[in-house]
Design a protein around this ligand. Structure first.
Ligand code: COA
Length: 323
């Protein structure tokens, strides 16, 4: 059986930056509150005419270039997104067209903030069974379209971006294991609701739904669940905390990230943190953070990396990889 290995990473952030100071002018909040409770200082927001596939395309091209591949080499394309361009065709098919790929399977995965880990887990199985040899796996979001910009408890958190990896068949193990879970019993704690009659349609780019969250309860569940999945992942590999070189966590809140790092007994300089500059980009956050640390030289070939994420559903998952 083949192994699956990440051979290239890429990412893209829209140019427009929304700072905490900008948000102070939009809702009753403060830079101090946002920094202290979340660690976020700024986030990137897509232009009105930029759709999720528009962010995914440059991220995908950069990952392909890093892997030394062209779109013609791709025989599986998966996009993890909560904010597809349209109900259908899938964002993966729309991206496939932009990249000029024809015929190979392309589909979306919807697991909210855990979407990329789900997509990686699925792509790995295609490669291990010989059904694909070169997969493009992307997390891409335009969450700003489903944020209620009048709700200070959520609008300071979420943002836009895209991250991508190329996953190829290999003799050497790359993905050591993946672990994905869900429990729909918690659907109401982090969900989308239809806009009410008082909602200003200008505030909702697509006018269909926006995020509603019971932040405190989500926070506690995220910390506990991520603690458990870290143990599950290491136990499956017969590894201990000391075997991990890098933690690349979902970037929702610096306090959740610090709690997981403490659980792993990992100093924060072995944890990739981008939440301060990117905010919570949902399915894009893990591949964006991974690409950031690969390109700035922190993550090197052979490093053992733990990816983890938690999101609406609830969904949660992890991937242990040798880079
Ligand atoms: N600016 C200023 N005050 C704010 C605020 C904002 N942007 N948002 C909420 N507040 C207020 C609340 O109204 C509340 O005021 P009150 O005490 O007068 O009622 C107070 O701050 C505390 O609110 P609370 O929700 O208890 O704060 P918290 O410490 O739990 O932090 C979150 C809120 C959202 C940052 C935190 O709960 C969180 O990160 N949750 C998980 C989010 C997450 O990870 N979601 C995605 C999972 S993928």
């Amino acid at each position: 059986m083949n192994h699956a290995r990440i051979t290239g990473t890429g990412s893209y952030l829209p140019e427009r930056i929304l700072t905490n100071q900008d948000l102070e002018r939009m809702v009753e909040t403060s830079d101090t509150w946002i920094r202290e409770r979340t660690g976020i200082e700024q986030r990137h927001i897509a232009e009105k005419d930029q759709l999720t596939s528009d962010l995914a395309e440059p991220a995908a091209r950069r990952a392909l270039e890093a892997a030394g591949k062209t779109p013609a080499d791709v025989d599986l394309l998966i996009v993890a997104t909560t904010t597809p361009d349209r109900v259908f065709p899938s964002t993966a098919c729309l991206l496939q067209q932009k990249l000029g790929i024809h015929g190979s399977p392309a589909f979306d995965i919807q697991a909210v903030c855990t979407g990329f880990v789900y997509a990686l887990s699925v792509a790995e199985k295609f490669i291990k069974t010989g059904s694909a040899r070169c997969a493009l796996v992307i997390g891409a979001e335009t969450l700003s379209r489903i944020v209620n910009w009048q709700d200070r408890s959520t609008c300071v958190l979420f943002a836009d971006g895209a991250g991508a990896v190329v996953l190829e068949a290999s003799e050497e193990p790359g993905i050591i294991s993946t672990h994905i879970h869900a429990d729909g019993a918690y659907e109401s704690l982090l969900t989308t609701v239809k806009p009410g009659p008082d909602t200003d349609p200008e505030r909702l780019a697509d006018g269909t739904a926006f995020i509603e969250m019971r932040g405190n309860e989500v926070f506690k569940m995220a910390v506990n669940t991520l603690g458990r999945i870290v143990d599950e992942t290491l136990a499956a590999a017969g590894m201990g905390y000391q075997d991990i070189d890098w933690l690349v966590p979902h970037q929702a809140n610096i306090r959740i990230i610090q709690a997981t790092a403490r659980k792993l007994d990992l100093p924060m300089d072995r944890v990739v943190v981008t939440v301060n500059r990117h905010g919570n980009t949902s399915a894009a956050s893990v591949p964006l953070a991974l690409d950031t640390a690969v390109r700035d030289g922190r993550i090197k070939r052979g490093d053992k990396i733990l990816l983890e994420a938690f999101g609406g559903g609830f969904t949660w998952g992890s991937a242990l990889i040798r880079f």
